[in-house]
Structure formats: C-alpha cells, structure tokens
Design a protein around this ligand. Sequence first.
Ligand code: PLP
Length: 412
Amino acid sequence: MPISATDADALDRADPLHSFRADFDLPEGVIYLDGNSLGALPRATAERMHTVVTQEWGHDLIRSWNAHNWIDAPTRVGDKIAQLIGAGPGEVVVADSTSVNLFKVLSAALQINQGRSVILSEPGNFPNDLYIAQGLQALSGGRVELRIVERERLAESIDEDVAVLMLTHVHYKTAAMHDMSALTGLAHSRGALAVWDLSHSAGAVHVDLEAAQADFAVGCGYKYLNGGPGSPAYLYVARRHQASAVSPIAGWLGHKQSFEFVDEYQPAAGIERYLAGAHPILGICALEVGVDLMLRAAPATLYAKSKQLCTLFAELAQQRCGIYGVESVLAADSTSRGSHVSLRHPHAYSIMQALIARGVIGDFRAPDILRFGLTPLYVGFRDVWDAVDILADVLRTNVWQLPKFQQRHRVT
Ligand SMILES: *Cc1c(COP(=O)(O)O)cnc(C)c1O
C-alpha cells in the first residue's frame, strides 16, 4: 500500500530536523531536490555577507586580515568541517576548488609513495577526478599512470605498482557508497595510500576519516554544505602525513613565514602548507554559515533521515512511475548508498525540463539519468511525496514531449 500525502505530513511532523527548513530561504512553489549540485541558501548568509562586505571589507579594509582574523579563516572553517567528517583539528583546510585540492593531495600521495607510480580508480568516477589524474600523468612525463578498473575488481587490483587509490566515496550518479574503512585498510596492507573525494558525502552520510585511517580527502563546499555557488572546497591530510609531503602549488600563504617575503619557498609546518594564494574571504565566510548550520544537526539523525527519504522516494517512484519505464538505479542496500536517488529513462533530459517547469528541481546526468538530491536538512517527506506525484503526472500526460522541453541548455 503506497503511503498517502497525509502519512507524509505525519512523518514531517515527527521529524526532529523539520525546523531546519525555516533556516533556508527557499522560494515558494519550489521543491528543491538539487542540493547535491548547489545547496540552498541559508537565511543567515545574506546578513553575514552584508557585514563582511560593508563592515569588514568596506570599512575596516586591509585591517580585517588581523581585526577579523581573515588570515585564519581557512583553518577555522577547516576545523569545523573536520567535525563533520571525523577528522581532528589541524587536519582540514578550506581552499581553492575540489579539483585543485585533488591535484594537491594526489601529488602529495605520490611524493610519499615514491617507489610506486599508479593512481588506481574506477571508470565512471566523477570525470573531473579522472581528468585531474590524467593531468598529473601528463605533467609527470609518463612516470605516473592512471589505471582504471571496474569497481568489482578494485580490491584485487591494488598491487605493488599502486601508489594511491583514488575514489569518490558516494558515486555522483548511482549513489553507491564505497566501504571506506575496508578499502583503505586493504590499500594500506598492500603498501598503497587512499585519497577519498567526499563531495557527495559530507553533510549527507556518515564519514569518519580517522576511524577509516584515510590518508587524504577532498570535498566540495557548494553541495550539502550550502556554501554557495563556486564556494571554496576543503582538503584533509592525516596528521601523520603532514610533514612528509609538500603542495605542488607552493604559494606564499602556504609558506612558513609568508610575511617575511623571502625568495626561497619553505612550507608551513602543518596543513597550512596546502594553501597557495590569498584566501577567498567572501566565499569562506559564506561557507562558514552553511557549515555552522550543519553542525547544529545531530549527525546520526541526519543520516537516518537521508536513508528514510531515499527509501521513500525510490519506493514511491517504483510504485507510481514504474509503468512509464522509469527504473531506479539505487543500490538495494540502504547502508551502502548516499543521499540521492537516480532514475533511468531514455528521455530523462526532457522529463527533467518538464519537472523543473512544474517546480520540482532535480538534475539530468548524461545520458539517461534523472537525479534527485534528498538533502536531509531541508527536504521533507511531503516534498518527496509531491515530487513523485508531479513526476507521475508529467509521465502520464507526456507533457515532456513538448518542443520547449527538448532544447538542451549548456548546464544540465
Ligand atoms: C561536485 C564534485 C566536485 C567538484 O569539484 P570542484 O572543482 O569543486 O567544482 C569534485 N568531485 C566530485 C566527486 C564532485 O561530485
């Protein structure tokens, strides 16, 4: 028996995270299921931005580097993100984009594991991460090799050539989640290091880098952490590795004594050595608002709700949309998946355009995926119910066949 809209309302009333919805500035009439691409706007962000821009920048000017401690913003917010991913103080720093951070930590892992030259990953990983590894390979003049093997063969493929295992914890399309502890342990037992991309994990699923003994990690600020478009990202380097490698981008704010202005680069002692240029203060301050909000939610409650939302969405989609050829690509085991649900349909692009026109915002991932991010902080059970109801209507009426829904935009 499918659950009713009234049942969904009851689930919302019983939800301990229900009040967080009011902390976000979501437009009327929109069901936002794309927080895994661009998180929603926290209400407190605009005011914080106003203060940073008018007071700290406009009035206090350059004095703010000291007066408002801009200089420590990357480590201050890094320490807060550390609490969300099971890292310790001084192990996480906010900087650059995830892409650039991945370049930095992959390079560090290769420095530490010098006798080996292979970066091992899987096909269909977020392509960006494969591109970054390909860039490193090209830069190394052929010394470094990116080796890609199917997910099922990853474990057996960690041989004596593998320097580093590079994986995304939660897959951006299927939401399948790797066993971080098991794979990291296996990598270590075979002399390799592990780099984890947490872009679809932090703030959505349980992550404990310390328990997993992870070596390096990177992650995104603009998805579940609600840091805003192009928000700076973060990187994690386990304390035991911090003195053993340097950033390949040896910039002045990663220097031991930035303000001595000496000619020779000397890396800062700790995680700060992974900083390069001037900190993106506006971006970091916006990210901090999102992270502070996330820190107010009990992690276990967050992950439990994420699972419930995904299960409900997948079940309702199956019950109500299965007859229209929509197929779930979700892993059956709810303990090994992230916080989004992907559905497959040959006309996924047009269907998503028609859904967006009806106020249900998800995204399309080529070639045939409708992806719905179910962010536990601000998505409710009734949202899920209504979204599937609208999806069923779009499919039943074939409204997605209208010419206006066929036109491809640059960003999907
Ligand atoms: C979103 C995402 C990124 C983002 O990279 P940026 O350089 O910060 O834009 C990286 N990796 C994965 C797996 C992602 O999902």
